[in-house]
Design a protein around this ligand. Structure first.
Ligand code: ADP
Ligand code: MG
Length: 687
């Protein structure tokens, strides 16, 4: 068994499981080892029954008083109910579809139980939905699960392949790639030990040791990659594009609005970059609706007046169409020819158009734009690492550098609405220069944001009904595609919400009279586009979606953004969802639902109510989700961090220094690191 071997060769993994594991991004033994726990159930530290609160994930040590089995009336599922007691109180524990438990759980025995506290509306009492039960106190890893793949199953697969399990000589060790100097200087544990400890720690110190090493690696590799990119790029030639002040002034003067200071400042930064004979590599950050389009259009204008071409990439067909419409209006009065190129629409003239707006279709090999000098990428994080690299290949234009004629590299302007605080962006996007539009055009209506308590859910539905009857549209966002447990006790159950179930629930029982659409990442690109188009055209009243819903899409008519399990999303992401509504002239609303009411969740959701500034929200989130937590911060647009915390600025600067050192000593001296970097580049980036 090698690290590269497919998981199908592990015992307990049949063809079905291979498919399911794939959904988690696990295809090889290596993937499995690098699939880190989301958190741990620490059975060595149980809580008292009388202290448990609804929504909490808990561990208790309790004696079984009695056990009984019954069936649900709907679907005829088996239910095992157990009454548990400790010296502080009693609670009922429930299992679905595990009738064999009757044989295992004997009255009088004491067990450790991990699970979540729910509220049983029918019997008006707290219940424990058990996820784990153990005899011995230990620390067990809990993984992100998917339908049919439990943490228990993952533990069973991972344990025997751990690199430090010497009984398993068949598994090769993972090659250490960090230079010895760095390991010593930073006092980091070896990779194999870290991997073993992250999955099966003996105690909480083990977790810390492993986490430190693995977090270091993530940030170090990012920093190294960034520095290498920057170095590479600073050696490439580019076309210096001069600007015509008169024309630009005319363009700005003819706009139906006055540019904000933020737009002026960033446009100026970009125009100056374009004037250099080194490729621009700039990220334009600006909150949803801050007006990035017109700034980018000015860069196109400069390029066109130098007789060079620009390309403008959008992540989807709808967005490309939307840009085509808006940007054509802005630029055609100045004799700038704009073309469109998507899978469905190939109107562009690759030779004659000054600007070609398009989707991934533009990234195909046979697409040649010979006078290309500027590339604009909208919602840059939606394009993969490889696609972005593909963009940076030299164009057909050449320029004279000393005695040589070199192929030039186009200028690149990336745009994002993900608010990343400056310090963070500089560390993480170390290869990019940053321009931030830090203000919104005046006169925008504030989206009224409310945190809705579970008992007011019906009121929210009534409100939505009223809005739809006024011909408005509604988004419903859920964190999951499907839920692992398809049985629902009632509408208010304490599980994370999934789109598939919400879609069913809304279309069958809550709003059967309305047209409802479903959108999630497992659908094919074409299906997704079709649903978005329908919603865009007003043929759907409600769109139930996961986080895939377009950033940047303009649905003027949408007035309600309802977010289920809001605590599962980063504040920056919630803010982006909120930016989907309030784009037209109507007052709009954002409703946040949550099943967890921890103090942090309360603070975070309250921040959404009080604050409308994406950058501030991102910083608040960094402050609230301290480095002590094991769940990696997943923020759209940032590299996928599984372990490191972005609020750990100390570690960010340490890793950056280490990366600088490696480059100074020349990377060639570290072959294992070179190999790791290559792997890192091809890593999958699941939704
Ligand atoms: P985003 O930054 O999200 O891409 P857009 O460029 O799509 O934002 O701009 C959103 C809307 O705001 C557009 O309708 C645009 O015409 C308008 N807009 C842009 N700049 C200004 C401004 N300075 N004043 C008023 N409206 C503006
Ligand atoms: Mg935009």
């Amino acid at each position: 068994m090698k690290l590269e071997s497919s998981v199908q060769y592990l015992s307990g993994v049949g063809p079905k499981m291979v498919e399911k594991l794939k959904r988690l991004g696990i295809e090889t033994v290596r993937d499995l080892l690098f699939y880190y726990p989301r958190r741990y159930d620490d059975f060595s530290n149980p809580q008292k029954i009388n202290n448990l609160r609804i929504g909490q994930e808990v561990i208790i040590k309790a004696k079984i008083l009695n056990i009984k089995q019954s069936r649900t009336r709907r679907k005829w599922m088996s239910i095992v109910e157990v009454e548990l007691v400790d010296d502080s109180g009693k609670i009922k524990a429930i299992w679905f579809n595990q009738p064999y438990l009757i044989k295992i759980l004997q009255p009088g025995d004491e067990w450790l139980f991990a699970g979540k506290i729910n509220w049983d509306f029918k019997n008006k009492e707290k219940t424990l939905t058990v996820t784990q039960y153990e005899k011995e106190p230990m620390i067990l890893p809990v993984y992100s699960e998917t339908e049919g793949i439990t943490s228990k199953y993952l533990r069973k697969l991972i344990k025997p392949i751990l690199p430090t399990d010497t009984s398993q000589v068949s598994v090769r060790l993972i090659e250490e790639y960090l230079p010895v100097e760095i390991l010593e200087q930073e006092n980091l544990t070896g990779l194999n030990e870290a991997i073993s400890k992250i999955h099966f720690p003996g105690n909480s110190i083990d977790i810390e040791i492993a986490k430190r090493r693995l977090s270091f690696d993530e940030l170090f590799l990012i920093a190294l990659k960034m520095l290498l990119n920057k170095k590479e790029l600073s050696k490439s030639p580019a076309i210096a594009l001069t600007f015509n002040e008169k024309i630009l002034k005319k363009f700005v003067g003819n706009l139906p609005f006055k540019l904000t200071n933020g737009q002026r400042k960033t446009a100026w930064e970009i125009i100056q970059d374009l004037g250099k004979n080194r490729p621009m590599n700039r990220l334009l950050e600006g909150d949803v609706g801050s007006g990035k389009t017109v700034v980018a259009a000015m860069a196109v204008m400069v390029t066109a007046y130098n007789k060079f071409q620009s390309v403008w990439l959008a992540p989807t067909e709808i967005l490309a169409n939307q840009h085509y419409e808006n940007v054509s209006k802005l630029l055609t009065p100045y004799k700038i020819k704009v073309g469109l190129m998507t899978a469905a629409n190939k109107k562009a003239n690759l030779e004659k158009d000054d600007l070609i707006i398009g989707t991934h279709a533009l990234l195909q090999k046979d697409v040649e734009i010979s006078n290309l000098a500027l590339i604009i990428v909208d919602e840059q994080h939606r394009f993969g690492v490889k696609q972005r690299a593909h963009l940076r290949r030299p164009s057909n234009s050449t320029c004279q550098v000393g005695a040589n004629r070199l192929k030039v590299v186009p200028h690149l302007l990336s745009m994002t609405a993900t608010p990343i605080p400056r310090t963070l962006a500089l560390s993480l996007y170390g290869d990019l220069d940053l321009s931030i539009i830090n203000e919104m055009p005046q006169g925008r209506k504030v989206v009224i944001t409310k945190v809705v308590a579970p008992e007011n859910r019906q009121k929210a539905y009534d409100f939505i009904k009223d809005q739809i009857e006024k011909r408005h549209q509604v988004f419903v966002i859920c964190p999951l595609i499907e839920s692992k447990d398809s049985l629902k006790i009632n509408l208010f159950d304490a599980d994370r919400k999934s789109v598939v179930q919400e879609y069913e629930k809304l279309s069958k029982s809550i709003f059967p009279q309305f047209k409802i659409g479903l959108l999630h990442g497992k659908m094919k690109a074409k299906e997704k586009e079709a649903v978005m188009k329908k919603f865009h055209a007003g043929k759907l009243d409600i769109l139930v979606s996961t986080a895939v819903v377009e950033v940047g899409i303009d649905i003027q008519n949408a007035t309600v953004m309802m977010i289920e399990s809001a605590e599962r999303f980063g504040l920056a992401q919630l803010h982006q969802f909120r930016g989907r509504v309030g784009r037209g002239k109507h007052q709009s609303y954002c409703f946040l639902f949550s099943e967890s009411w921890s103090p942090i969740t309360k603070k975070r959701l309250q921040a959404m109510v009080e604050c409308q500034d994406g950058f501030k929200l991102a910083e608040i989130d960094l402050g609230l989700r301290g480095p002590g937590e094991l769940v990696g911060i997943r923020q759209s647009g940032l590299p996928d961090l599984k372990m490191a915390s972005l609020s750990d600025t100390m570690l960010i600067s340490k890793t950056r220094q280490a990366a600088e050192k490696v480059i100074k000593n020349s990377l060639e001296n570290y072959p294992a690191l070179i190999k790791k970097l290559e792997e890192f580049e091809t890593e999958r980036h699941p939704e």
